[in-house]
Design a protein around this ligand. Structure first.
Ligand code: NAD
Length: 338
């Protein structure tokens, strides 16, 4: 059985990654679109065989409640708009998958959770790495004890943000829409990975932030962030995020018995794993899987089986809370307990 999905926001990620990957879904099909640009929406509806009656704009979006073909709404809008559209979708009686970061404040995250609970609808946050085979394999190896006790995690996520060249980067350098800079956009992958790899919640964070004051891209949002997390077991994570270093998305877990490298850890289609032990190094090959399809199908199955998704709203709220603590720690120049 396939549940019907509506995609809200037909930008770069929606059109280049999400919509084409419904083809590999077993339990999810694209049946509706929501966009502020009618021509674009019409063209995409035709391409994906979507009925024109199932194309909405931001004004008439609420009437999606009368469309029984739509079970789940996938919010792929600029970060600060996630809350409004999640709440409106829940009030329209739809389940919600929402992109990361869940929202730009803890308060908004809580409102989203409340709205979905009140409506009796599922809320999941799109942490695709938690549905990706290499990451799942790493988690399983750590759980089995292959690495021994975990001492450190390092995780780095950076790329050049190019608001003058890439339309999708325009809102990313605007605080009101993005909520923050590299941390909110990609540092969140390092933060989330440190949590799902250790299986723990941090108790204390420290951070430093630096943005070139003469770079016009960083008038409103931050560029470079270095942060540390301390976990109850004593494991530490040292993470960086940047909008101005050459593209990196990697993580390394340092255990007593072995280290495990994922480079990249959060790519769309390609991953690598390396493990170093006392008797040498190995590079396990794992079958790459379609993480987008796996993620969407997990949401559909959670709805069909009435189960809480693996990455619910509460998971998104935790990261937003830790990111706020990272900003606070950097501002105060002191560690912050969380
Ligand atoms: P994008 O700018 O390409 O898409 C955003 C869409 O929102 C556009 O179609 C735009 O027209 C629409 N929009 C509606 N109101 C807007 C407004 N007031 N200002 C600007 N745009 C408005 O951006 P994107 O890269 O597709 O990112 C969208 C969301 O997806 C973000 O939350 C981002 O963090 C997330 N994302 C996630 C991943 C991932 O791997 N999980 C990757 C990329 C983006």
């Amino acid at each position: 059985k396939k549940l019907g999905w509506a995609v809200v926001g037909l930008g770069k990620f929606a059109t280049e990654q999400i919509m084409p990957n419904f083809k590999d879904c077993k339990h999810s099909k694209l049946v509706a679109l929501v966009s502020g640009t009618p021509d674009k929406a019409k063209k995409l509806a035709k391409e994906y065989g979507i009925d024109e009656k199932s194309v909405y704009d931001y004004q008439n979006f609420d009437s999606i409640k009368d469309n029984p073909a739509v079970d789940i709404v996938y919010i792929i809008l600029p970060n600060s708009m996630h809350a409004e559209y999640t709440i409106r979708a829940a009030q329209a009686g739809k389940h919600v998958l929402c992109e990361k970061p869940m929202a730009t404040s803890e308060e908004d995250c809580k409102k989203m959770i409340d709205a979905c609970n009140k409506a009796g609808k599922k809320l999941m946050i799109a942490y695709r790495a938690q549905y990706e085979p290499y990451n799942l394999d790493a988690i399983a190896r750590i759980k089995k004890g292959e690495l021994g006790k975990i001492k450190f995690i390092t995780a780095d996520h950076g790329r050049h943000v190019k608001p003058t060249e890439d339309k999708a980067d325009v809102w990313r350098v605007q605080k009101k829409l993005a909520g923050g800079g590299s941390l909110m956009d990609i540092g969140i992958y390092s933060l989330n990975a440190a949590r799902y790899l250790t299986g723990e919640e941090p108790v204390e964070v420290t951070a430093q932030i630096y943005s070139d004051p003469n770079d016009p891209r960083f008038k409103e949002v931050e560029d470079n962030v270095a942060f540390t997390l301390r976990f109850p077991s004593g494991a530490l994570a040292c993470c960086t995020s940047s909008y101005s270093y050459q593209s990196v998305k990697r993580g390394r877990i340092f255990g007593e018995k072995a280290w495990l490298d994922l480079d990249p850890i959060s790519d769309y289609y390609e991953h690598n794993m390396k493990i170093g032990k006392e008797d040498g190094e190995m590079e396990p090959k794992i079958q790459e899987g379609n993480q987008f399809a796996a993620e969407m199908d997990h949401m559909s199955e959670s709805v069909m089986q009435n189960k809480t998704p693996r990455t619910p709203g509460e998971e998104g709220l935790r990261d937003v809370r830790y990111m706020m603590a990272i900003y606070e720690a950097a501002k105060k120049g002191k560690s912050v307990k969380v």
